[in-house]
Design a protein. Structure first.
Lengths: 208, 208
DNA sequence: TTTTGCATTAACAATCTTGTTAAACAAAAT
DNA sequence: ATTTTGTTTAACAAGATTGTTAATGCAAAA
C-alpha cells in the first residue's frame, strides 16, 4: 500500500480539484467532474477525501499559503538601495501573480463568502506582516530624511502595488474584449503593464 | 390586477435576488432563500420569473449597465482643464465604486465563469469605449505637446485608475484584517485611499 | 497458504434544488 | 350573477449531487 500508484492517484485528484475549484469556486465545482477529470471513480474521490468540504480545504490551505508568500515578494531584496528594492519587489510580485493568475480571485471570493472561517488565520498573518512593514517603513523614512525619496506610508504603497499588479490579472477577461489592440497580444501587454506599474509606483515615491 | 401590491412583490423578489446573487454568485444562490428573504412562497418566485436563470439575467443586465456607466465616470468633465478633468474622473469613479462595492467582483466572476455569453455585448461596448478613448487621448496629446503633462497612453491610465479604485473595494475584506489600524476606521481609510489614488495618477502624468 | 488490510467498484440512499401543476382564491369585467 | 383573468398555495415530480455500503480484488505479511 501507499505505493507510487496511490500517491499519484491522490495527487491526480488534488490537481483536478485545484483546477475545478479555482475556476468555478466551491459552489460551482462538482465532485463528479473532479473525479472524471482525474480519471478515478466518483466513489474513490470520497474514499480518499471523505467529503467535498475536506478536499476543498486541502486546496484552500495551499492557496492561502501561496497567496501570503506572494505578499512577501513585494518586500524586494533588502540588500539593494531602497528604490531598486521597491522596483524589484514590484516586478517579483507581478511575476508571482502572472504565474498564479487565478489565485487572487479565488482567495478573495473565499474570504468574502466565508469570512468567519479565516478570522484566526488572519489575525496571525496581520501581526507578522505588521512587523515586516514596520522594518520597511523605517528604511523608507531614513531614505526620505536623506532626501532620496518622498515620505510615504508603506502600507498605502503596498496596497497600490497589489492593486496595480493583481487587477491586471483578475480583470483580464473583463478588459481584454474592450481594450482592443492594446491587449491583443497577451505577452506584449503584460510586459507593458509590468513596466507601467513600476513606473507608476516609482513616480509616486520620487522626490519632487 | 397589476396593482401596487404586485409591483411591490416583484420588486421585493428582485431586491432579495440582487443581494443573494451579488454576494453568493449564481451557483451559491438559492431560489428558496431568495423567496424566503422577500417574504413570498417558493412557487411565487417561479410564477413571476419562471426560472432562476431568468431572474438572474434581470439582475445581470442591470449590473452590467451600471458597471459600464461607472467606466464613463472616469472620463471626467470635458469642460475642465485636463488635469482637473482627470482628477475629477478618478474621484467620480471612486465614489461610484464606493456606492456599489459588490459590483466589480460580481461582474468579473460572471465573465470568468461564462465568457461566451457576453461576447456580443462586449464587442459593442469595446467599439463605443474605443472612440471615447480616442477623444481623450487626443486631448492628452495636445496637453503633452504644450508641455503641461507627460505623454501617456490613456488606456493604460484607465486601467491604472480602475485597478487602484476597484481593488480597494474588491479586496477590502481580504486586507482589512491584515492592515491593522490603517483600515480600522472604514470612512477614514476610504477617504485616505481616494486621495492616494488621485495623487498616484497625477504624479504619473506630471511633467518631470 | 492463509490472513490481513487497503483499494476499487457498482449500486444505492438521502437530500437538496429547481421547477410544475392542479386547485383555491380574489378582483374586476361583462 | 357569472365569467374572466390573474394570483396564491400546497403538494409533488424530476433530476442532480453528495455521500455510503457491501462485495470484490489484490498485494504483502504471517
Amino acid at each position: 500500500m501507499d505505493n507510487q500508484e496511490n500517491k499519484s492517484k491522490e495527487q491526480l485528484i488534488l490537481a483536478a480539484a485545484e483546477q475545478e475549484f479555482l475556476t468555478k469556486g466551491y459552489d460551482g465545482a462538482r465532485t463528479i467532474s473532479i473525479a472524471k477529470a482525474s480519471g478515478v471513480t466518483h466513489a474513490m474521490l470520497h474514499y480518499y477525501f471523505r467529503t467535498k468540504e475536506q478536499l476543498f480545504e486541502r486546496i484552500v490551505d495551499e492557496k492561502f499559503a501561496t497567496m501570503s508568500s506572494s505578499m512577501f515578494a513585494i518586500m524586494g531584496d533588502p540588500l539593494l538601495p531602497i528604490v531598486e528594492r521597491i522596483k524589484g519587489g514590484i516586478a517579483a510580485h507581478f511575476d508571482f501573480v502572472a504565474a498564479n493568475p487565478l489565485l487572487p480571485r479565488f482567495v478573495i471570493n473565499e474570504i468574502v463568502s466565508r469570512p468567519e472561517r479565516y478570522e484566526v488565520l488572519y489575525k496571525r498573518a496581520g501581526i507578522v506582516l505588521n512587523s515586516v512593514y514596520n522594518g520597511l517603513q523605517a528604511e523608507i523614512d531614513r531614505a526620505a530624511e536623506r532626501g532620496e525619496i518622498e515620505r510615504v506610508d508603506v502600507k498605502m504603497l503596498f496596497i497600490s502595488i497589489m492593486s496595480l499588479n493583481i487587477f491586471t490579472f483578475v480583470a483580464y477577461p473583463f478588459m481584454e474584449p474592450i481594450m482592443g489592440e492594446l491587449m491583443a497580444d497577451r505577452e506584449r501587454f503584460l510586459a507593458a503593464r509590468k513596466a507601467e506599474n513600476i513606473e507608476t509606483i516609482l513616480r509616486r515615491i520620487k522626490k519632487q
